[in-house]
Design a protein around this ligand. Structure first.
Ligand code: BES
Ligand code: MN
Ligand code: MN
Length: 470
């Protein structure tokens, strides 16, 4: 139980009011700072941006210090550093561990952007830049929420920040950092803003994330590229072979054909599916917004279900042979594909990677050689909706949006969430302020100024309600 007097000191009405005043007075500067951060191309996947990734970490450290943390450090790892900071108010108060990432996805293809991805612009109250929604814009809300609380004299929880720079490439070094720093990271709950809401009028809390197995397949045919007239028809073409193999991975009912793939997939009860179906979703809007005539997927499930409670398999990239301008007649020696499988609770990502590897070897014709690499992965999570953290988040949204949020399971993956539970015994609350239509990982990624500001305003309420109930 928390000392009432200590708590009152940090959550009384006048504190929330002066926090709000500070926010109104400084919010334009907050936006300018975010734009400065977004101008640093912190692409973790591409070595060309190595110095920028480090610079983005230092920027976060600097801004955390300015926001009022007790200490902030850029912790080296074997890859990109982890920015750790803390603000310890009182040992009687609960501790919240805030996680986010300062690295971003590659911006390619650049020519499809209406404005340069690392030259942020605000157009019609929307910030356009790589990382604006995923995740720099969202983690920056937390840094600014702290600044406001600090200035307003009301920080009702101890805060620990862990902001990594390798989320978009599989968080390879984060697991080691967590197991080496269990004491430092001790907390009551993890808070993450790296997901989306249903819409700006329908706030939602993400209650599930899918797991992931990410694979690369390399097919080798003849020992060199061949003339496609001289040899075509008599030597297996690795690109053709790869396409056939991929086509066979999903059947006519949208079911994945890898033996054992569905072994541990739990059927969600009819009652829960009925509950999920209550969340607002308009299939026509969905199709219109994506520019597709029809949706597709596993028979017997709705689009919402197909991206939340059911697994999926997708080719993320495929290449081989001649792809430059004009026509070159060639029968390529090699073909490649990157394939991801999104997983649901109880499917183990390593087991699935093994099943995939075995299956690809089994179905490959003897005309080619096959190499399969498992690149990275992580486990699915479902978060409880009867926890104090969920209630606090729900009340916080109600406070600032005027509406209680709906629980929604998302199709994306944040593999570290399962690790927080396993390594630190911590549950996570996913308070995302982006929208699915923000074009994350895609050209013209954007984040609403409304969403950025609403996040900063909502987060302090979470701490207040959480501390009051804890
Ligand atoms: N923030 C996303 C995950 C996300 C986005 C979850 C939208 C829910 C809604 C995260 O940065 C991400 O892109 N994760 C990767 C996995 C990672 C291992 C590369 C993903 O989901 O593809
Ligand atoms: Mn993200
Ligand atoms: Mn991402």
């Amino acid at each position: 139980m928390i000392d009432g007097a200590v708590l009152y000191l940090h959550t009384n009405k006048s504190c929330m009011e002066s926090l709000q005043k500070y926010f109104e007075k400084h919010k334009e500067r907050f936006l300018k700072e975010l734009i400065e951060w977004l101008s640093i191309p912190s692409v973790s996947a591409d070595q060309k941006f190595k110095d920028d990734v480090f610079e983005a970490a230092e920027f976060a450290q600097k801004k955390l210090l300015a926001a009022g943390v007790d200490r902030a450090e850029v912790c080296p790892t074997n890859g990109y550093p982890i920015v750790y900071a803390e603000k310890i108010i009182d040992k009687n108060l609960p501790t919240v561990l805030i996680y986010g990432h300062y690295d971003v996805q590659p911006a390619d293809p650049y020519e499809l952007w209406d404005s340069p991805p690392f030259d942020p612009i605000i157009k019609d109250e929307i910030i356009y830049a790589r990382g604006s929604s995923d995740d720099k814009g969202q983690i920056y809300m937390h840094i600014k929420a702290l600044e406001c609380m600090n200035a307003g004299g009301s920080i009702p929880c101890n805060l620990k920040f862990m902001i990594e720079g390798e989320e978009e490439v599989g968080s390879e070094n984060l697991g080691t950092f967590i197991s080496n720093n269990k004491k430092k990271l001790a907390a009551d709950v993890v808070l993450i803003s790296d997901t989306s809401m249903l819409s700006n009028d329908i706030p939602s809390i993400t209650t599930g994330l899918r797991g992931l197995s990410y694979m690369q397949v390399e097919i080798t045919g003849p020992n060199r590229d061949l003339h496609s007239g001289v040899y075509g028809g008599s030597v297996a073409n690795p690109v053709n072979v790869l396409c056939n193999m991929i086509a066979s991975l999903v059947d006519g009912n949208g079911r994945i054909t890898i033996p054992g793939f569905y072994d541990h997939v739990k059927e969600v009860s009819a009652a829960e599916r009925a509950e999920m179906a209550k969340a607002p979703f308009d299939l026509d809007d969905y199709k219109r917004e994506l520019g597709v005539q029809a949706v597709s997927g596993e028979a017997g499930y709705s689009s919402v279900e197909r991206t939340s409670i059911r697994p999926s398999l997708d080719v993320n990239g495929i290449w081989g042979g001649y792809t430059a301008e004009g026509a070159k007649t060639v029968l390529p020696s090699k073909a490649y594909a990157k394939i991801s499988m999104r997983l649901v609770p109880e499917q183990n990502s390593e087991r699935i990677a093994q099943l995939f590897t075995d299956h690809i070897h089994n179905i490959a014709p003897e005309t080619v050689q096959v190499k399969v690499i498992s690149m990275h992965g992580g486990e699915a999570v479902v978060t409880p909706i009867d926890s104090i953290a969920y209630k606090a988040a729900s009340m916080a949204f109600k406070q600032t949006f005027g509406k209680a949020p709906v629980p929604v399971r998302s199709g994306g993956s944040i593999p570290i969430v399962a690790l927080f539970e396993k390594e630190l015994g911590l549950k996570t609350i996913l308070m995302g302020f982006g929208l699915d239509s923000d074009n994350i990982h895609s050209p013209n990624e954007h984040f609403g100024v409304f969403n950025f500001y609403k996040g900063i305003e909502t987060i302090p309420w979470f701490y207040k309600f959480y501390a009051e109930m804890k």
